[in-house]
Ligand binder design. Structure first.
Ligand code: ADP
Ligand code: MG
Length: 419
């Protein structure tokens, strides 16, 4: 039935989910060839689950008895972890469920989190099998640290949870269009970039964000991954990381209903009324409140910045260091820095200049290119309202509903095997 049990003792304490179709379709072979022996040697008991279809992992973790599970590990690309995180957040006991340590073993073509985790461990860059070995080794060590999640609201009122990125324009198009080259592995992004450069276009939309105050305050929980806050995967009680989700905090926003359906990316002129948003879950269980976000049909608060430009080549919000194995997008990012790193490139950039940015990103040097079209801001929340009639928006590399979208950070909501 697709569920295999290994020779190690039961009940198995680590659940490893493998997507056999991710990347070049070799995730299972990579697992047996490179990781299995390592886990056996380190006496890490595990259950291997091979996913049979899209959303299989999502449904499975939604119903799983997590008391039998010390960690959930994904051997795939970022897409399978996106499923798992959303499955956990859909549970009634999401507050506990999302505390389950999450691990990543790069088996896909888009292995951004694996590359990021490896980077946070302060190891020199690694790719392919070397990256897999590094992540396998981290899994054996079992050190766990906090990871920020971002909640994402779509026009249909659906809410998703994201650990990596929200992209629109060039990056989203490359991400989605290059899926057909998945069999070539991570180089699909370079191929997709070259193809998209040939058909470079401008995307119209409105962008607004809540900037992080510039006061030099150390980021919450920003510690070297080698000394994680929650030392060991298998040790003692899970540590409760209560997110800063007080509905009374930062929830002031305008309630001026006169222009509620249009022009949502304008600052509200009256900031005096505090409204509490309806909680997304009505099952009596405590819901995670997005205290920084007004309704998508409401104007953004005055504290937000409205971007003057409306013609973009790309908008990218990212909350890990790497967008792909060889795209070091945010040099200073940490898994738990409490920040959304917002990049946008405005229209007018030439093809060679855009290509230069992506080539420089391999070494994290794109911000030093002096490109006047590239803007970088640290933010807590953002709203994007595309005006181009068609397009693609990607969350963690997965295509989502196209239309107005907004998001906010939840510092340290999840836990990640790292270091
Ligand atoms: P890649 O990096 O190669 O894109 P992902 O982990 O992102 O790998 O997976 C790609 C897509 O496959 C995701 O949308 C994921 O939800 C989906 N998926 C997961 N398991 C399966 C399966 N058994 N068959 C088909 N698709 C799957
Ligand atoms: Mg993917």
């Amino acid at each position: 039935d697709g569920v295999l049990y290994t020779e190690v003792r039961r009940p198995c304490r680590v659940m490893i989910l493998v997507n056999p179709h991710s990347g070049r379709g070799q995730a299972l072979q990579l697992f047996t060839g490179h990781v299995q022996g390592m886990l056996t040697e380190a006496a890490v008991p595990y259950t291997l689950v091979i996913t049979e279809h899209q959303n299989h992992a999502r449904e499975l973790v939604k119903k799983a008895d997590l008391s039998q599970c010390d960690a959930l590990v994904i051997m795939s690309g970022d897409g399978l972890l996106f499923e798992v995180i959303n499955g956990l957040m859909e549970r009634e006991d999401w507050q506990e469920a999302i505390q389950t340590p999450l691990g990543i073993l790069p088996g896909g073509s888009g292995n951004a989190l694996a590359a990021s985790v490896h980077h946070y461990s302060q190891s020199p860059p690694a790719w392919n099998e070397e990256l897999l070995l590094s992540c396998g080794f981290m899994l054996c060590k079992g050190l766990v640290g906090p990871m920020d999640l971002v909640s994402v609201h779509l026009a249909s009122r659906q809410r998703l949870f994201s650990f990596l990125s929200l992209a629109w324009g060039f990056v989203a198009d490359v991400d989605i269009e290059s899926e057909k080259y998945r069999h070539v592995g991570a180089i699909r992004f370079l191929m997709g970039t070259l193809v998209r450069l040939a058909t470079l276009r401008v995307y119209q939309g409105r962008l607004a964000y809540l900037p992080v105050k510039e006061a030099p305050k150390p980021p919450t929980g920003n510690h070297p991954p080698s000394t994680p806050q929650h030392p060991s995967l298998c040790s003692s009680l899970p540590c409760r990381l209560i997110p800063n989700t007080s509905p009374n905090q930062n929830s002031r926003h305008n309630h001026n209903g006169t222009n509620s359906n249009r022009n949502t990316i304008t600052n509200s002129s009256n900031n005096a009324i505090t409204t509490k948003r309806p909680e997304p879950h009505s099952d009596g269980k405590s819901a995670l409140v997005d205290s920084l976000l007004p309704g998508l049909d409401q104007p953004v608060p005055e504290s937000w910045t409205l971007v003057k430009e409306e013609d973009f080549v790309l908008v990218l919000a990212i909350y890990q260091s790497h967008l792909a194995e060889d795209l070091w997008t945010v040099p200073g990012a940490m898994a738990d820095d409490g920040l959304i790193h917002l990049f946008y490139v405005t229209a007018g950039i030439s093809r060679p200049a855009l290509l230069r940015l992506f080539l420089a990103m391999e070494k994290g040097a794109h911000l030093a290119c002096g490109c006047p079209h590239l803007v970088y801001k640290k933010v807590k929340a953002l709203r994007l309202e595309p005006m181009s009639p068609q397009g693609m928006i990607a969350v963690d590399g997965e295509m989502v509903e196209y239309g107005p979208i907004q998001a906010q950070i939840h510092p340290g909501l999840a836990r990640l095997i790292c270091g």
